[in-house]
Ligand binder design. Structure first.
Ligand SMILES: [Zn+2]
Length: 164
């Protein structure tokens, strides 16, 4: 690990409250590890009886619609922007659900439950192969197994019965 500001090799130094934290002795500053942040969306329709899943090019199984948060952007803004970019549909309502750190991509995923406006999604063909509406049971069958998407979907489905 190297200092992102000066390039000095970082050493783990005991921080009063945080335990062992990478420290740059050149800058005299703790350098907390950096990671990306992204939103992931469990998208439902107004009737809350369908779930939208996406399939990426070259993949067999489905995942949730997701996207990186741009620097300076709020997670809430990313939800509405990213969903519109990927489906050409608008977000009617959203609610934050939970988060999970994804090690291999070094990204903290923030999961939202999203109600989309009625209509057929028009996808960005450069990124996605297909976006489809499923019943909640079908969505559980088709979602990528042991993925963050599956974890978030299972967590969000009981919430469909509640008003939000
Ligand atoms: Zn430094």
């Amino acid at each position: 690990m190297y200092c992102p500001y000066c390039g000095e090799k970082l050493a783990l130094v005991l921080h009063d409250q945080e335990g062992l934290i990478p420290y740059c002795k050149n800058c005299g500053e703790y350098r907390f590890p950096q990671f990306a942040t992204a939103v992931s969306m469990v998208v439902t329709n107004r009737a809350k009886d369908k779930i939208m899943l996406a399939k990426h090019k070259g993949q067999d199984d489905y995942i949730l619609i997701a996207g990186y948060i741009k620097k300076g952007e709020t997670a809430e803004k990313t939800v509405t922007r990213e969903f519109r970019e990927e489906t050409k549909l608008n977000v009617v309502k959203y609610k934050y659900m939970s988060s999970r750190y994804h090690e291999s991509h070094n990204v903290l995923m923030l999961n939202f439950l999203v109600i989309a406006e009625n209509g057929e999604p028009v996808i960005d063909q450069a990124e996605l192969e297909e976006v489809m509406w499923f019943s909640p049971e079908e969505a559980l069958e088709h979602i990528r197994k042991d993925s963050d998407a599956e974890h978030f979907l299972k967590n969000a489905l009981p919430e469909l019965k509640n008003k939000f």
